[in-house]
Design a protein around this ligand. Structure first.
Ligand code: HPA
Ligand code: ZN
Length: 350
């Protein structure tokens, strides 16, 4: 469709609030840590069910603790909260609660992350984790019409040997995940530390993604692309510091899975009005919107879009492009993507 037609058609939705319009658009979520969707209410329920003593007495105390000043201050609490997750049912309940939020927000496809090492280090079998998550994902496909592909993340503050061991443990469940990722403390843990494990994963036919350029420098984005050979970059907002990289991201249409509320809560940007996502979009970088760790950062996908509407005056045309990038940046087949794109353009036109 030509650009002018799209602009006219998108603007024809004047009677609908922009937020409602965005909710209607078919969207994917490609940067979501399942452990980061553990709401305080479910955390207390699981703590009681599993006899885990939490360092917080009330939900208010939990929420007061979620006052972060950087990535590490968040990760310290995030790993502590994950201790309530013990059984297959716990992982099912966690994943199912997230998928119900997806349904509310108009998400048609998800590629969520999980951190097996957070659980295996506590003596929980990786099979328990994967079975609980995949049972919820299968039920969502059946009952909610939401398709998915699970991504296994390695914790970058641990060694590459530990990541290799994690991949070994996951091999019996290879059919249940589509790719590997890299998360946790970025600074001081460059992508090159994980060269061998990413090569092994790709040899197994898995896709690859990595967090890069959230707190770390633009060089980490270049290394993730060149050394780890990732298909897309998680966060990546510091790409603006390297002009050659910017040219490459546009030329190769490399998807950046950007997380606006996460970036402001972890002080990557001092305020939402300073966020660069729409500048990147307007420069034709393939950015799309995600919630990252919604239970910790103040909201799910639509709350991230609402923040862009409120603080950056996001237009409907920008929203349509972001939704389009979320579809084309996914690991869905070309046919599946095309079918969602047709629905998206139909709504944009209506
Ligand atoms: N960055 C790095 N590691 C993480 C994040 C993040 O935003 N969320 C959960 N683990
Ligand atoms: Zn993340």
């Amino acid at each position: 469709m030509n650009r002018l037609n799209l602009i006219e058609q998108v603007n024809a939705h004047d009677q609908l609030a922009t937020s409602d319009f965005v909710r209607l658009l078919p969207k994917t979520e490609l940067h979501l840590h399942l452990e980061g969707s553990l709401e305080p209410e479910l955390m207390f329920k699981l703590a009681a069910r599993n006899n885990v003593v939490l360092p917080y007495a009330t939900i208010e105390e939990v929420k007061a603790a979620y006052d972060f000043h950087n990535l590490q201050s968040f990760l310290d609490i995030y790993y502590q909260c994950a201790d309530v997750l013990r059984t297959e049912q716990d992982f099912f309940d966690l994943t199912w609660a997230y998928l119900l939020e997806c349904q509310r927000d108009g998400i048609v496809h998800v590629e969520p992350f999980f951190d097996p090492q957070t659980h295996t280090e506590r003596g929980i079998d990786i099979g328990i984790v994967i079975k609980g998550i995949t049972r919820a994902l299968a039920q969502a496909e059946q009952e909610l019409g939401i398709s998915s592909g699970l991504i296994l993340c390695f914790l970058r503050h641990l060694s590459e040997e530990q990541a290799i061991e994690c991949l070994q443990q996951a091999k019996p469940y290879l059919e249940h995940f589509i790719g590997v990722g890299l998360d946790s403390s970025e600074l001081g843990h460059p992508p090159g530390k994980f060269t061998r494990v990413f090569a092994q994963a790709r040899e197994l036919g898995l896709r690859a993604v990595a967090h890069a350029g959230e707190e770390g420098p633009a060089d980490y984005i270049v290394d993730a692309l060149d050394i780890l050979k990732v298909d897309r970059i998680d966060h990546g907002v510091r790409c603006v510091e390297d002009e050659d990289l910017m040219t490459r991201l546009v030329a190769d249409q490399i998807t950046l899975t950007v997380c606006p509320l996460s970036n402001t809560r972890l002080k990557v940007f001092s305020h939402m009005s300073e966020h660069n996502i729409l500048q990147l979009l307007d420069q034709d970088v393939a950015v799309m919107v995600n919630a990252d760790d919604p239970a910790f950062f103040g909201g799910y996908l639509m709350q991230n879009f609402d923040a862009l509407i409120e603080h950056l005056d996001m237009t409907r045309l920008q929203a349509v492009k972001l939704a389009l990038n979320s579809i084309t940046g996914s690991f869905m087949s070309a046919e599946q993507q095309q079918s969602h794109i047709e629905k998206l353009l139909h709504i944009a036109k209506a």
